[in-house]
Design a protein around this ligand. Structure first.
Ligand code: NDP
Ligand code: A1CAB
Length: 273
């Protein structure tokens, strides 16, 4: 039997996962999204034809796998209300996608016996190109681990980590990463417009270059990234000049500092939420 999945919180990341699951052949009737915002419920219903509700406990009662997809700062109040409802959670698998909320914290809210896999997906899940890190404490069964992995593999690739703190490293390298690429593309689009292209032309130039580059990387697993870069960089040519500016102005250090800041914020959130 296919698992029935509830999303507690139907925002950006839940929508990306739902869209990816449906594109991968999931039946919309097996998915319930719970969100207090009726407009958001209507959007989800219209876009995906999944079941929608504003009642988290109803969504949980009719599902086997519960994806906790609210903002980290709301997780405590949402989980406490789930626990207080007194429903039997022993047969459910909880999959948290929240940054900055530890398994220990979730168990203290939901109950020590509740099975929880902590994950960190990213929004390209919507187009089946997600990257998800997963961490499971020792009390989660192999079967439950496999269910969580199957859920995330339906929308992209997965990477298990053995230590929970490594989820913060996954955030830096994958969960937050789409935003880094979008920022870089945004900056390129802006400059392409300065060079005289229309916004549409500028977007198309940048978009196709990014897409083509990512596909080249994926198609050449044996070539390291430095070699792919060298293949573009003719000696004494234009790329060499652009790369010189990136290197001289400290791009690598900026990237390292930004990723470290994401890790630190993930850890800090764990002490706050
Ligand atoms: N966005 C991303 O790229 C990623 C996000 N995540 C994690 O996913 C989680 C959600 O993030 P994101 O989707 O961006 O956030 P969103 O704000 O887009 O989604 C959260 C949704 O939860 C709804 N909500 C608020 N209160 C409740 C409640 N009591 N019960 C059920 N739903 C509620 C919100 O409604 P309303 O807006 O009306 O408050 C909103 O629609 C976070 O924990 C984040 O760390 C993980 C990986 C990547
Ligand atoms: O910005 C955040 O906190 C979440 C987690 C990773 C991506 N978005």
């Amino acid at each position: 039997m296919t698992a029935r999945i509830a999303f507690i919180g139907g925002g950006n990341m839940a929508s990306s996962l739902i869209g990816g699951l449906l594109a991968n052949g999931a039946n919309p009737s097996s998915i319930t999204a719970s969100d207090p915002n009726t407009e958001q419920q209507q959007n989800l219903k219209q876009q995906f034809s999944v079941n929608v509700t504003g009642d988290n406990n109803q969504a949980i009662a009719q599902s086997d796998v519960i994806v906790l997809a609210v903002k980290p700062q709301l997780m405590a109040v949402v989980c406490q209300a789930i626990a207080d409802a007194g429903n039997d959670l022993s047969s459910k698998l909880f999959v948290s996608i929240a940054a900055g909320v530890s398994v220990k914290r979730l168990k203290s809210l939901l109950g020590e016996q509740v099975a929880i896999v902590r994950t960190m997906p990213n929004t390209p899940a919507l187009v089946g190109r997600g990257m998800t890190g997963l961490y499971a404490p020792a009390d989660v069964s192999q079967e439950q681990n496999a269910s969580a992995e199957q859920l995330m593999q339906a929308v992209g690739e997965t990477c298990w980590v053995e230590n929970e703190d490594d989820i913060n490293h996954i955030i830096a390298a994958a969960g937050s990463a789409p935003a880094y690429f979008f920022l870089f593309m945004e900056a390129m689009q802006q400059q392409a417009e300065q060079l005289g292209f229309s916004p549409e032309q500028a977007r198309s130039l940048v978009q196709q270059s990014a897409l083509g580059s990512a596909e080249l990387v994926a198609a050449n697993p044996d070539l390291d990234l430095a070699t792919l870069r060298a293949n573009v960089t003719s000696k004494g040519g234009t790329t060499a000049e652009a790369i010189r500016v990136f290197e001289e102005q400290g791009l690598r250090k900026v990237v390292a500092n930004a990723m470290d800041a994401a890790v630190e914020r993930g850890r800090e959130m764990e002490s706050l939420f």
